[in-house]
Design a protein. Structure first.
Ligand SMILES: Cc1ncc(COP(=O)(O)O)c(C=O)c1O
Length: 431
């Protein structure tokens, strides 16, 4: 049995009151906001982190699994990355001319990412996917885009979401179609509907479910038969699956790919990578240009992350942690008899909750997350193992998972699971 921690959340709650008065929508990333956690039970803010642990402003400590929503691959305050950033800080954050770090980092990308014949650097995942689409449209001279799950907040992605459509031009919507991962037939149908007009398919190489029936190779063939480009959005998968991303893991090289979150262990750095011939063909046609694209602190962090991935057993360790979590979680769920799964690949896991009839409801996510956070394990969208999760962290977490499962079962068995909520359940509109 793990102890339920007595926690005060006053400072978090006070900050949120102030944020609502001062910040549009209260925070900068929807998925970090209180709607995606249990208001009244979860902290709203994190004050600092070290290793795989974080502390809220009221001083409560948690083992973190959302890892900054993906960026923290190595750990908070990870020494080699922090040292590289501090050394760079002493020399300058960015100059009036190009910095040599851009060339050093570009060479590392080209050496390690299969689809990287040439690269460009940006700050966010959204900027990288936007650039990839701009390149694909410029290269093919076509308008239509077939897209998978979430790819960012810009117009062509938001247009296909169906929620929060304020400020999005209706005209944009017609050029973007969304299809489900592994649904090759849906992609084929869109290609037939817009013959000779599809510029690109953009998809994550993998989310949770494995590619079925050689999905990735067949999607690539479908694109090429139709003169379109295949873009892998590796903003989440990249570096987490290994230094070459999920494209190296699955052995399928796309025409273009995008990297973001884990690129620089928390520093803002994203990459659009592409076949040299494509990048050179669009070079003089296209305008991608941004002041902070070559900002040096992030490049120094990116170089340090590459170094860690190349020279330490980071990838192996991350996968081993994920395997331990997933295997033991599944055994516990089976033993206790709860319909919860820790799904996905060991380096990128996510919890899937249902009732006994297999029905999903945010209430079920809320219940489990509530019981974990009360015991010092902070869950969000994903379960991302990081290089700094210790064996002890994993053992504590699995004990917490076991206790949370027992409460979950009791709640389902009671016929009134909502009565087990101590805070406000999740109210998610995106995701
Ligand atoms: C697959 C994928 N692509 C792109 C993005 C956008 O990245 P950012 O939030 O850095 O703009 C995200 C963000 O979660 C993502 O999950």
């Amino acid at each position: 049995m793990t102890a339920v921690k007595t926690r005060c959340l006053d400072k978090s709650n006070q900050l949120w009151q102030e944020a609502q008065e001062t910040i549009l929508s209260g925070c900068q990333l929807y998925s970090k906001g209180p709607e995606t956690h249990i208001q009244g039970v979860s902290p709203i803010y994190i004050d600092h982190g070290k290793g795989a642990h974080v502390w809220d402003p009221d001083g409560n400590e948690y083992i973190d699994y959302d890892m900054g929503l993906g960026p923290i691959l190595l750990g908070y305050q990870y020494q080699p990355v922090d040292d590289a950033v501090i050394a760079q800080l002493r020399r300058g954050m960015g100059y009036s001319l190009v910095a040599p770090e851009e060339v050093a980092y570009a060479k590392l990308c080209i050496e390690n990412i299969p689809s990287a014949g040439k690269v460009r650097f940006l700050k966010t995942g959204s900027a990288a996917t936007e650039a990839a689409i701009r390149i694909a449209r410029a290269y093919t001279g076509r308008k239509y885009i077939l897209r998978g799950e979430y790819h960012g907040w810009h117009e062509w992605t938001t247009a296909a979401e169906g929620v929060r459509q304020g400020g999005v031009l209706d005209e944009v919507r017609q050029y973007v179609h969304k299809f489900d991962y592994n649904d090759l037939e849906a992609a084929e149908a869109y290609f037939s509907q817009h013959k000779g007009q599809v510029a690109a398919v953009i998809t994550e190489p993998v989310i949770l479910d494995a590619p079925k029936d050689d999905f990735l190779n067949r999607l690539k063939a479908l694109c090429h038969e139709n003169g379109a480009l295949l873009i892998f959005d590796e903003v989440v998968d990249g570096f987490r699956f290994g230094i070459g991303g999920a494209q190296a893991y699955f052995g399928v090289t796309p025409d273009l790919s995008t990297f973001g979150k884990a690129t620089a262990n928390g520093m803002p750095l994203s990459i659009v990578a592409g076949r040299k011939e494509i990048m050179e063909a669009v070079d003089k046609k296209i305008f991608i240009s941004t002041t902070f694209g070559g900002e040096c602190l992030s490049l120094a962090a990116g170089i340090a992350v590459m170094h860690e991935l190349k020279h330490k057993n980071v990838t192996k360790r991350i996968w081993a942690i994920g395997e331990k979590l997933q295997t033991t979680f599944r055994q516990l769920a089976e033993q206790i008899g709860v319909p919860i799964d820790l799904a996905g690949y060991p380096c990128r896991l996510s919890l899937e909750y249902t009732d006994y009839a297999g029905r999903r409801d945010w209430l079920y996510n809320s219940l489990f997350m509530q019981e974990c956070v009360k015991r010092g394990v902070l869950l969000g969208w994903h379960v991302f193992p990081c290089y700094s999760h210790t064996d002890e962290d994993i053992d504590v977490t699995l004990n917490v998972f076991e206790d949370a499962m027992r409460v979950y079962k009791k709640a389902l068995d009671s016929g009134n699971p909502a009565s087990f909520m101590e805070g406000i359940p999740l109210k998610i509109v995106l995701g």
